[in-house]
Design a protein around this ligand. Sequence first.
Ligand code: B12
Length: 209
Amino acid sequence: MAEFPQLHDAILAGNLNAAVAVTKEAVEAGAEPGDLVNNYMIKAMEDIGAKFEAGQAYVPNLLMAARAMKGSLEILKPMMQGSGVTSMGKIVIATVKGDLHDIGKNLVASMLEGCGFEVINLGVDQSDQKIVDAVNQHHPDILALSALLTTTMGNMKVVIDALTSAGLRDSVKIMVGGAPISEAFAKEIGADGYSANANEAVALAKSLI
Ligand code: B12
C-alpha cells in the first residue's frame, strides 16, 4: 500500500496548498479516505498539539495546521458521505459554549453522514439555549456534543441540565466526545454514551438507536 508521509508533514507545517495537493495525489493513487485521516492527518494534529504543549509551537501554528487539515478534509468529505437516500436517524451535533475546536466534531459529523445518518451541524461555541432550541426544532434521535478543553467540558452538563429543565431530556439520546472526555465523565454528567474517535462514534450512534 502506498504511503503518504508528505500529508502528515504538510499539515504539521500548516501548509494548506501542499496538504491539498498531496491529498489530491493520494486520492488519485487510490488511497482510502479513512487511511489518510487516521494514519496521517490526525497524527499530524496530535504532533502539533504535542509541540504546542512543549513550547515548540504557538497558537498561529495550531491555526495553520487546522486550516491545512480542513483543506484536506474538504477533499475527502464527499468520498466519506453515503448516498443519503435512507437515513439511519437524525443527529444534531455541536461544540459546546466557549470552545472553538471543530475539526474532531466535523470528522465525527462526516463519518456519521457517510454511514447514513442525517446530521445537523450547529457549529462551535453553542450555548445550552441554542442547543435546546435545536433539539426542539429538529427532534433528533441523538444529540452529539464535543469539547476539547478542560474548561469547557463542564458545559456538556449545563446542556443536559437545560434539556431536563425544558422537558426534552427523555426525547433524545446524548453522546459526548473530545480529547478530555472519558467514559467516566460521560456517566457522571448523565450522557448516554461516549466514544474516543470518529469510527467508534458511528458504532455508538447505531447502538443508541
Ligand atoms: C487545532 C487546535 C486548536 C485550534 C482549533 C481550530 C479548529 N478549527 O478546530 C485553535 C488554534 C483555534 C485552538 C485554540 C485553543 N486551544 Co487548541 N488545540 C488544537 C489541537 C492542536 C488539535 C485539536 C484537533 O483538531 N485534533 C484532531 C481531531 C481529529 O481530534 P479531536 O478533536 O480530539 O477529535 C477526535 C476525538 O476527540 C473524537 N471526538 C471529538 N468530538 C467528538 C464528539 C463526539 C460526540 C464524539 C462521540 C467523539 C468526538 O473524535 C474525533 C475524531 O477521531 C489540540 C491538541 C490535541 N492533540 O488535541 C489543542 C488543544 C485542544 N488546545 C488547547 C488550548 C489550551 C487552546 C487554547 C486555550 C490556546 C490559547 N492559549 O489560546 C485555545 C482555546 C480556544 C477556544 N476557546 O476553544 C489545549 C487544551 C488543554 C486542555 N486540557 O484544556 C490542547 C490539548 C493543546 C495542548 N496540548 O495544550 N486550538
